[in-house]
Design a protein around this ligand. Sequence first.
Ligand code: PLP
Length: 346
Amino acid sequence: MSAPIDLRSDTVSKPSERMRRAMATAEVGDDWYGDDPTVNLLQDRAAELTGKEAAIYLPTGTLCNQVALHVFVRSGHLAVCEASAHVGRTEVSSAAALSGASFQYVAAASRGLLTGAQVAAALAPDPYDVSVVDLVAIENTHQVGGGSVLPVLDLAEITTVCSAAGVPLYLDGARIFNACTVAGVRVADYAQYASSMMFCLSKGLGAPIGSVLVGDVDFIREARRLKILFGAAWRQAGIMAAAGLIALAEGPGRLHEDHANAQTLAAGLAELLPGGVDPAAVETNIVFADVSGTGRNAVQWRELLAAEGVLVTIVGGRVRMLTHVGVGAADIGAALEAWRRAAKAA
Ligand SMILES: *Cc1c(COP(=O)(O)O)cnc(C)c1O
């Protein structure tokens, strides 16, 4: 059997030949001492692209989020986030263990996208002066929201609300370049509204490892201290940063292909699973399928699809599929065929 079509995440893509060559020949130093030239180049490039003063290269997006939480949120205080946000749900134990931080969840009306009015309500001072919000964390694109895109103007409105309340805004931009592709804006257009933000090189941009956290010089100085404190000073990290530089240069320009493939997948599945997939709700590279009307649950579908050579994940009881650089248009056709065969399987 040929290799499975892996739609579990956009993190599963393998580095390109160009990345592997760049990694093999990367100039490196010791990143603990700040003298890895390839890491420094990547950080400079990320700061420049986002329009921020400084950047720090970290192993994961989770660590970026956790470092930012640790800087902004005092132990026992709160961060406001959307009810299904990665930082507040997937990473909730990390925030508790590393920072003593808790979350005030705000459920979005639709697709994980918060409004200024909702954030303003969440930031209203506690009349009993017990709950204190130190940070608002916004996710764009919103993963559980289906890869939904928060428009720049909406983020601007939320930032105005945060500024009025004296609370910094953090942008979890794990997939911000997917948002930029759809919104037709530069990453700096979003970043200007955040005190700090992160983005993943290891997702749609196609690098094997790494994420970047950006902010002002003082914030990044503290982030470097925490990187060491959390055990993530990773020495000759330039080997990874070399692939990251290629991801940053070449990744954003091809994300529209992933979005088109996700559209094709969603359109095909909408026929197979009436009411289970809404192609109009697929803006970027994430497709959720609600299989509750099929007589099979998501776990059964995952097993049936795996037997047909297609790997998917389950998030919140729904089947989740992501397109990425390792999946071409022909693979999408094959994945839809696999879904049709699985639907017929007893
Ligand atoms: C993937 C993801 C993260 C975490 O990134 P890792 O590199 O997997 O740790 C954070 N936030 C969002 C929205 C994500 O999708």
